[in-house]
Design a protein around this ligand. Structure first.
Ligand SMILES: Cc1cc2nc3c(=O)[nH]c(=O)nc-3n(C[C@H](O)[C@H](O)[C@H](O)COP(=O)(O)OP(=O)(O)OC[C@H]3O[C@@H](n4cnc5c(N)ncnc54)[C@H](O)[C@@H]3O)c2cc1C
Length: 451
């Protein structure tokens, strides 16, 4: 019998398990792959963005410590200026370094790890999860804990336990497009830097401020507008593309290309999800050919990795005790039960490929900091589950802001401490002391502005 079982070892689940274990709970993390990191390692997502609001680092605690450790080992340059100018800072990292560091932090905390293990079913009695059924090479097994954390990204555990969830836009349920990220090596970064200066019209997003690229040793690029237009005109590119977007990693000549777009698929429907994988791979092959032929700096580039799973931006959101709204984000609403802060803007990739999805009412003012309340992680149907990461209780629009890695990590950190606290009492996550939760979070290094 465990105090806390965390299902899913993405950034949120890893942070939750480390925090829970550090807070004194006997903790097990189960993960279906043989490594941690979720989207960041399985889907090649990066860089992390953003830990900052202006100059202030508002995401600290265990996620902050992770970056310090990566940086000390040369696996991340730390927080650097975003050369696209979209947000304050970005945090590149090496994916293999991340896998190792997350695993080390969890094991050092005393937490246990069970890899290659899928959640299959849940036994709920009187509003409490009694046990979960998992499948691995040892067959089917039951695992018991006082408190469970759902860190599956898609709210799989919450759904199986009967927690109500919603998907996508309220009007039609459409979700953000999926993306098969492509890791490409042998990219001539210096040639791209020169090209940005020589052809600023290719990079309208910078509005002529091409000097911003000198402010960081690591390049983030959104543009090649004319190159893209030509590719679409000639038929070399056959799918809707918002723009060519890529990010240099911590490794020389390596970039993450975030440019494929799979519209209209549902990641919670296995048949639809499989079709998205197939379409993603087709687009990736098409892009590799196009990049090598047409995109400056990619003449000798090689596509080396697309990962075991296509990237999912949004799917299910639990309907928790509190649903975080776009007004809470844009008006910087303060919550008595605040557990994390963020400054990343609302970033919604249109579900149907239309350009404008961010309306005036969704804009954040500069240096605006918003808050996430604990009651968006818990629900009134099942009393011993905490949901963390990108599938917490938030509207489609609010999720567009809080869905990114540093925030998912900070939410995971808080969920882990809360679960450990609940496990010490009667296991009811709705009855923990919020001031105690906030106090322990602060002791574990989290940045919190509590009223
Ligand atoms: C294409 C794309 C680009 C992005 N770009 C950025 C970016 O540039 N910067 C940024 O900061 N964020 C970015 N994000 C967002 C960010 O990567 C994620 O939102 C964040 O990683 C979510 O973390 P999570 O822990 O909630 O979920 P996930 O990372 O999805 O982790 C879920 C984990 O649970 C495991 N799991 C799932 N189901 C089961 C099950 N049934 N049994 C056992 N294990 C299970 C999975 O294997 C996985 O390890 C991007 C996302 C996508 C898809």
């Amino acid at each position: 019998m465990y105090d806390v079982i965390v299902v899913g070892g993405g950034i949120s689940g890893s942070m939750a398990a480390i925090a829970s274990s550090r807070a004194g709970a006997k903790t097990l993390l189960i993960e279906r792959y043989g490594f941690l990191g979720g989207m960041l390692t399985a889907a090649g997502v990066g860089p992390m963005m953003t830990f900052h609001v202006g100059q202030k680092q508002v995401i600290q605690g265990i996620p902050g410590e992770l970056i310090d450790r990566l940086q000390a080992k040369g696996k991340s340059p730390g927080h650097v200026v975003d050369t696209i100018g979209y947000t304050y800072t970005v945090t590149p990292f090496d994916a293999e370094g991340l896998k190792y560091e997350l695993e080390s932090m969890l094991l050092e905390s005393g937490g246990e790890l069970l890899y290659h293990t899928h959640l299959v079913d849940v036994k709920v009695e009187e509003g409490r999860i009694q046990e979960i059924l998992v499948l691995n090479r040892g067959g089917l097994q039951n695992l018991r804990a006082k408190v469970f954390i759902d860190a599956t990204g898609n709210a799989d555990l919450s759904t199986l336990a009967g927690v109500p969830c919603v998907k996508g836009r309220p009007e039609d349920g459409a979700m953000q497009p999926m993306t098969m990220n492509m890791k490409m090596t042998h990219v001539d970064i210096e040639a791209i830097r020169r090209y940005i200066k020589e052809c600023p019209e290719e990079f309208p997003y910078l509005e002529g401020n091409t000097d911003i690229i000198d402010e960081s040793s690591v390049l983030s690029v959104s543009g090649f507008a004319k190159t893209l237009e030509k590719g679409l005109e000639t038929g070399e590119l056959t799918f809707k593309i918002e723009g060519i977007l890529f990010f240099e990693t911590n490794n020389p000549g390596e970039v993450i290309v975030n440019t494929t777009r799979m519209y209209g698929y549902d990641p919670t429907d296995p048949w639809s999800f499989s079709k998205a994988e197939i379409e993603g791979r087709r687009q990736a092959m098409e892009l590799e050919k196009f990049f090598r032929k047409r995109v400056k700096g990619f003449e000798n580039a090689v596509l080396v990795y697309t990962g075991p799973e296509v990237g999912v931006r949004s799917s299910r959101q639990i309907q928790g005790e509190y649903v975080l709204t776009i007004e809470d984000i844009t008006k910087s609403k303060k919550f008595a039960d605040v557990i994390a802060h963020g400054g990343y803007p609302v970033d919604i990739h249109s579900p149907d490929g239309e350009e404008e999805v961010i309306t005036e009412t969704m804009h954040l003012s500069k240096n605006a900091m918003y808050s996430v309340p604990y009651h968006s992680l818990v629900n009134s149907h099942v009393t011993n589950i905490i949901t963390v990461g990108r599938c917490i209780s938030a509207t489609f629009e609010a999720q567009g802001a809080i869905r990114v890695t540093p925030m998912a990590g900070a939410i995971g950190h808080a969920g882990g401490v809360a679960a450990a606290l609940a496990a010490k009492q009667e296991g009811n996550v709705l009855r923990i002391s919020i001031p105690t939760l906030q106090q322990i979070l602060k002791e574990q290094g989290a940045y919190l502005e509590v009223e």
